[in-house]
Write a protein that binds this ligand. Structure first.
Ligand code: SF4
Length: 446
């Protein structure tokens, strides 16, 4: 589709959470968790446990993680997680005990932990926090080399319903170029182990936009993934971000447009191939097999419900604040933050974060709903915020309509067109508040 209006750069900011952690700041004074959670609903919370360790650092990664864990660091980290969980559980109180509707172990690489340590992790979620892992969806991220049979067995027994494997590319050459050295045979073996473990939902992550990745090599990776009939596939555009390993090889600015074009083509090829193979598109990145089993009770709404994050890179959300610990990407800084976390004994207060007022809550809801392929019902929005999205964000939504990025501007549903969905990472930032933009711009990457 061609439009006369110049399109913005397509890959600006992956809005997986709003506001981004680079907009968080140290709280002074630090609020008590008991106060932050005092009036909050505990009806359908999400529990997230963050494990900040990986075996190697992937070239594209800007997540909070460190390579390796010397001298019993994982054990000390689990000790600190336990202390934090106890403090958070106490802050929630017993008058209205929390009900967790969903749980996830993320990272880093949670399966960096050994089988016994994964058992401990599940114990923290169940015995300390009170999450019934066997009754709710439990999602776990893994890398091919750490997805060993003994670890997968523990996770399956404890109730994991979804295992997400970061494959990125099935071509050894591409994996080496952009991700990490890995052999396809090892990746295939890991996929076999995940299937053998009987975890109901397998997700495979793939990346496009790798140097020298062609339509043909991209198709090879897609087909290799499809051969496993995964219930979900995520297609991620490669991003080069500050202080990640790939920076050393950053393309000059002049090549960026060409790279954008390459990524847009790979995106469209990937999307069309998966749609033709019996998948539905859930968002720009996520595709779900049409006949995939349901993921269990789905009463958690990520746009609005609360989240309790444990671990030094995890966020927590109440309706009035988002908070976490200090944030960094550079290895030395990450190590310091992890060491500080493992030495912490008092977890009763929030350290860094951002107050979420009504305006930010509305932006967050709109962003996270609009970037889903199905969009959202305007009536639901009106009910929640007392006004139409078009009254809240007239300029932003007009710009989307002018570009042809809304399916039908007059319908009852606000939904991105296929081209709009392809530009999700340009659309998201359009809805950031001036304050959040300023805070992100002022953040010093480290
Ligand atoms: S992409 Fe995932 S596996 Fe790779 S370094 Fe980052 S957190 Fe670790």
């Amino acid at each position: 589709m061609t439009h006369t209006i110049t399109a913005p750069r397509p890959y600006q900011n992956y809005v997986y959470a709003y506001p981004h952690k680079t907009a968080y700041r140290p709280f002074t004074p630090r609020p008590l968790l008991a106060d932050l959670w005092a009036g909050e609903s505990r009806r359908a919370l999400s529990l997230y446990l963050h494990i900040p360790f990986c075996e190697v650092r992937c070239g594209f990664c800007n997540l909070f993680t460190r390579v390796g864990a010397p001298d019993g660091l994982t054990g000390r980290y689990l000790d600190a997680l336990t202390r934090q969980a106890e403090a958070v559980r106490a802050a929630l109180g017993d008058a209205r005990p929390p009900h967790f509707a969903t749980a996830a172990f993320g990272g880093g690489t949670p399966t960096f932990l050994e089988a016994g340590e994964l058992s401990r992790l599940c114990d923290i979620a169940e015995r300390v926090m009170g999450a019934d892992l066997r009754a709710i969806p439990l999602s776990v991220e893994a890398s091919p080399s750490t997805a060993t049979a003994d670890r997968l067995r523990v996770l399956a027994e404890r109730g994991a319903t979804r295992l997400s494997l970061g494959v990125q590319s099935f071509l050894d050459r591409e994996a080496r170029a952009a991700v990490r050295p890995q052999r396809r045979a090892d990746v295939e073996a890991a996929l076999g182990r995940v299937r053998d473990a009987g975890i109901p939902v397998l997700n495979i992550d793939l990346i496009y936009g790798i140097n020298d990745q062609t339509a043909a090599t991209w198709r090879q990776s897609l087909d290799a993934a499809l051969a496993w009939k995964p219930e979900e596939i995520y297609l991620y555009p490669l991003y080069v971000r500050p202080l990640t390993g790939l920076d050393r090889n950053t393309d000059p600015i002049a090549a960026e447009r060409e790279w954008d074009g390459q990524r847009l083509r790979r995106y469209a090829e990937g999307r069309d191939h998966l749609l033709a193979a019996g998948y539905e598109q859930v968002s720009m990145r996520m595709f779900r097999r049409l006949d995939a089993p349901p993921q269990g009770p789905d009463d958690y709404a990520c746009q609005t419900d609360g989240m309790i994050g444990l671990g030094c890179g995890a966020r927590s959300y109440t309706s009035g604040a988002h908070y976490s610990f200090d944030y960094a990407v550079a290895p030395r800084e990450v190590r310091t933050i992890i060491d500080t976390y493992t030495a912490t004994t008092d977890f009763t207060r929030a350290v860094c974060g951002r107050v979420i007022d009504g305006d930010e809550a509305e932006r967050r809801y709109l962003l996270q709903s609009l970037l889903q392929a199905e969009g959202f019902a305007i009536a639901d929005y009106q009910l929640r915020f007392g006004r139409q999205p078009r009254d809240a964000f007239p300029a932003e939504l007009d710009a989307l309509a002018e570009r042809g990025w809304l399916t039908d501007p007059d319908s009852h549903q606000l939904r991105l067109s296929p081209e709009g969905l392809a530009y999700s990472d340009a659309i998201g930032p359009e809805f950031f508040s001036p304050d959040v933009r300023a805070a992100m711009a002022a953040y010093e990457h480290r």
